[in-house]
Write a protein that binds this ligand. Sequence first.
Ligand code: NOJ
Length: 596
Amino acid sequence: MQTNWWKESVVYQIYPRSFADSNGDGIGDLQGIIGRLDYLSELGVDVVWLSPVYKSPNDDNGYDISDYHDIMDEFGSMQDWQELLAGMHARGIKLVMDLVVNHTSDEHAWFQAARASKDSPYRDYYIWRPARIAEAGNASQAPNNWASFFGGSAWEYDEPSGEYYLHLFSKKQPDLNWENPKLRQEVYSMMRRWLDLGVDGFRMDVINMISKVPGLPDAPPQGAGLYHFGGEHFVNGPRLEEFLSEMKAEVLSDYDIMTVGETPMITPEKAVALTDAETGSLSMVFQFEHMDIDEDPATALPRRSIREWRLPELKEVMSRWQTALQGRGWNSVYLCNHDMPRSVSRFGNDSRFRVESAKMLATLIHLIGGTPYIYQGEEIGMTNVAFPTIESYRDIETRTIYREFVEEQGLSKEDALRVIHAKSRDNARTPMQWSAKPNAGFTTGEPWIPLNPNYTHINAEAAAADPNSVLAYYKELIKLRRKYPIISHGRYELLLAEHEQLYCFLRSLPEEGADTRAGAPSGTSAGTPAGLAPGTDRLLVMLNFSALNPVFTFPEETPLAEFELLISNYPVDPTEDIEQLTMRPYEARVYRLSAG
Ligand code: NOJ
């Protein structure tokens, strides 16, 4: 029987550069993580997703890999990595590594060889094209008009060979040519090596961009400018499923692992195809529709705009994904990662109601269907940072966006920084706030990126000492998942879809005997989950996404015979009538209902 431990797991993402520094060089490292394993164990997480730790010149903080088989000098050695893995496994925590195989670093030996000679067997590991014939009115001779995510053309001219290579990200991140079967075999053998060392899965970086449309056609122009987002020609491309099926047959199916594909611009239908228990290749994917909710749809590339959004829009996106994948695939649920602003600043209220709203958002990701992901610091309610000038920002994308805004679009520095304060990836990359000590206990040296000054009151040490902290609430939520299998396996039903402040939903287990193929407990916990009778018990999740006092009215005909409060972020009288009640700012409550 196929085991599905990842359906019952809580994942914690570590961005190693910013997590914990053990040697005072200002950069987080593997020994730093080892020193914090007890913290993770006490939090109760099952899996750690570790952002890349491989050798890298760090043009994009490790997402530009120069050697897939070794560890970045700043982070430590293979020996440290082995110690980390052993330390996690000893605590019952699994390790999911980042797999970045859409591109390598330009300093990878393959690319060095490819660049050195057109006749090298490695030349065809990458995507090379001659210049296009110069045309009147087109200042660029790049092979097509695709834009790089990090600004400018997606092509870089290589003087010695007289050809261009494709790079969807920075010019130091050349795209690999997945059309080449030899390259694919290299990737599979590299994956097998890590799996044989004991890793428990992979998070696959922009995995739905590995198949490009043959001929690499021009993107349709979107407004002024030489370069345009060519997503339709490389996102969810024609051979994506074929490549992933091959990867499954060659590697994944031999191991009991968890895989999560990072898949921007994916549709629910495509996600079902990729995650279907029998015919798909991956355990789950990260979709981004809810991350786009505050972006101007006219801006093709992310993090360059701010848009006001309404709660019914967010509910519509989340609910569409819940329903589409129910019983067919599997959802991953997250509100933050190393590329995103802090969730409490983006979806909650990071001033007066920081604690309440961080708990309310945690209730959403832990009680909705799918595997929840916590991004480091989210569990203590870390917030966005607002550095006063661009000089403090380290992220290649943030710096590019600033340049585009100020130099190309003529925005004032203030207007440029307004967007950057709200959207920069560095919001998530300021050092983890461990304590109120200098540098938040992250390092004894000079941190590679400035801290968020609020570490003096928002930090893990203070949170651990406070029974009402965001951290304490996360621990409770994780315990609830262990106790009530309905949290992992229940069906989702949205209530009050149009309500502007309240996000409320039910979770229920299917009737016994119903087709529960992918929605039901499997593997280690097959059968009726302990403590819950299918079809009778349900959970009611009530979340107030506002600082107002909206009234909740239970919309169902059936009277609530019995209810039991499972968790809440305010003191609650457990006997209070819940068929109609006034909710407090950012209040969250979860009840167990029984039909009686
Ligand atoms: C997605 C990663 O999450 C991001 O950090 C990175 O810059 C790009 N992929 C390129 O690898």
